[in-house]
Design a protein around this ligand. Structure first.
Ligand SMILES: *[C@@H]1O[C@H](CO)[C@@H](O)[C@H](O)[C@H]1NC(C)=O
Ligand SMILES: *[C@@H]1O[C@H](CO)[C@@H](O)[C@H](O)[C@H]1NC(C)=O
Ligand SMILES: *[C@@H]1O[C@H](CO)[C@@H](O)[C@H](O)[C@H]1NC(C)=O
Length: 224
């Protein structure tokens, strides 16, 4: 009997899903998405005289001064291990509003740019932010794409979709299987009935023949 389907068949996609969720969520939950500054080049300084004080800050967090960045039109490259690194830590599914600013002695800071920094923006762990006449910077975040990037999530959701898709398939197959079983049982019953009828008929004919034999005997006895 195929109905109900064996437990192991119904459990298998579920166990697979649990395994996948575990595989994807363990590195996602425990990896640190630290963002470091890789390169930066500023195209302007907002001060008329003296060296600029450039800093990076995410909304509600502390400033990070970039002590080396003093000249415009000069490319600064960093190793990611400097005393002021990393610049920020990103949550898995939420962006942070961050910006690059220049300290100003007399008025609020000058803004190079402010933007939403998101884990999903990092391609192969790298993200470039360019603003015309202001700056060009590249940021690194190896764990942003490695564990919680679009790739992992995409596979995960497609896995969920295939599981969803297989539910109707399982239902259809089960219904078909049970219909086949019913047809087979009905056919078997009909066959048994037919056989029984034939057997009864044969027995009846045999009785008849025996009757004939008796009649023959009687007939013979009448003739003589
Ligand atoms: C990435 O995550 C691992 C833990 O899973 C951590 O040890 C490592 O420091 C993180 N790297 C960065 C650059 O955040
Ligand atoms: C911000 O700076 C203050 C004072 O230096 C420090 O106590 C605090 O831990 C810092 N916060 C973060 C998120 O680094
Ligand atoms: C920004 O800087 C990166 C790294 O130096 C470079 O590859 C890229 O071409 C620059 N982009 C622009 C628009 O200048």
């Amino acid at each position: 009997m195929r109905w109900p389907p064996p437990i192991s068949h119904r459990r298998r996609p579920f166990l697979l899903l649990v395994l996948l969720v575990a595989l994807y969520s363990i590195p996602g939950a425990f990896s640190l998405r630290h963002v470091t500054l890789n390169t930066v080049e500023i195209f302007t300084t907002h001060e008329w005289f003296g060296k600029p004080t450039v800093y990076f800050r995410c909304n509600g967090e502390n400033k990070t001064n970039l002590p080396d960045v003093k000249e415009a039109h000069m490319l600064y490259a960093f190793k990611g291990e400097e005393s002021w690194q990393p610049l920020a830590e990103l949550p898995e599914k939420k962006c942070k509003r961050c910006g690059l600013y220049e300290e100003d002695a007399f008025k609020p800071a000058d803004v190079f740019d402010e933007w939403e920094m998101c884990s999903s923006d990092f391609k192969d762990g790298k993200y470039t932010r360019f603003k015309e006449n202001q700056f060009n910077a590249t940021f690194l975040c190896p764990n942003c794409t490695a564990s919680a990037g679009d790739h992992g999530n995409g596979e995960h959701s497609s896995e969920v979709e295939t599981n969803k898709a297989s539910v109707p398939v399982i239902i259809v197959v089960s219904v078909l299987a049970s219909v086949l079983v019913i047809i087979a049982l009905f056919g078997g019953y009909k066959y048994w009935q037919k056989k029984k009828r034939e057997r009864d008929h044969a027995r009846f004919l045999k009785l008849f023949e025996e009757g004939d034999d008796l009649e023959d005997e009687l007939g013979l006895s009448n003739e003589f």
